[in-house]
Design a protein around this ligand. Structure first.
Ligand SMILES: [Zn+2]
Length: 237
């Protein structure tokens, strides 16, 4: 079910979890400890990923994003993808969903394409496959020093951390690059093959095993950030 504009207004009008959200969050409360209370927590929604072309000239497809969503609940929220430093985690993801639009309004297109490294290809992706946004919901205790960094906007951009098991597809032939009928190469082969054989981006499909969601200075996905009141990072129509 799609969230409506009033659902979002409700979501953004309070930083504490609602009763329903608190039940979902308390599923992660360690056994034997008292359930967390809404007034102890700060919860926030983030646009974590989508099917547009990222800064690395890669685009996830809907299958990959669906598995990203399924494996997100229970993952830590952290800083700068510092996977070898457990003290860099400061919260937890408790829910995630794929918000899919079969079509995007011209206003939505303008919002998305203004941040795009490749607007004509991004427009073609949306017109062919629709637009898919990964919404991630996370919480942290209000007394944690990391919480004020979020509340005052010092941390806003986010980026996903995951293992990927799948294939890279040629967006021109719609087959894996290793298919004998595909003469193309992904853009990261620049300098190794003839330039006219490079595709403008490559598409990844397969299984994503989400590991964490990080606050970063600037992410690979241009639209990935915490949802703010102007909804700059999120397209509803
Ligand atoms: Zn090809």
């Amino acid at each position: 079910m799609l969230l409506t504009h009033s659902d979002f207004e409700k979501l953004l009008e309070t930083r504490e979890p609602t009763a329903e959200e608190l039940t979902a969050i308390n599923a992660y409360c360690p056994m034997g400890s008292d359930p967390w209370e809404a007034s102890e927590l700060l919860r926030f929604p983030m646009m974590a990923s989508n099917n547009l072309i990222h800064g690395s000239l890669m685009a996830w497809d809907e299958t990959a994003l669906t598995t990203m969503v399924a494996s997100y609940p229970g993952c830590p929220l952290m800083i700068d993808h510092e996977w070898d430093r457990c003290e860099k985690t400061f919260g937890m993801v408790y829910d995630a969903l794929l918000y899919s639009l079969p079509r995007v309004s011209e206003e939505g297109m303008r919002k998305l394409l203004s941040k795009s490294p490749n607007p004509s290809e991004d427009r073609a992706i949306i017109e062919r496959d629709g637009y898919h946004q990964v919404l991630v919901f996370a919480f942290v205790e209000q007394s944690h020093p990391g919480a004020s960094d979020v509340l005052y906007g010092r941390r806003a951009n986010v980026s996903i951390g995951a293992n990927f098991y799948g294939k890279s597809y040629c967006p021109i032939c719609n087959t894996p690059y290793e298919d004998e009928n595909c003469p193309h190469y992904p853009p990261y082969m620049m300098g190794w093959v003839e330039e006219e054989l490079l595709t403008p981006y490559y598409r990844r499909t397969g299984k994503i095993d989400s590991l964490e969601c990080s606050f970063v200075f600037a992410g690979n996905c241009r639209q990935a950030r915490i949802l703010d009141k102007s909804l700059t990072a999120f397209v509803m129509a």
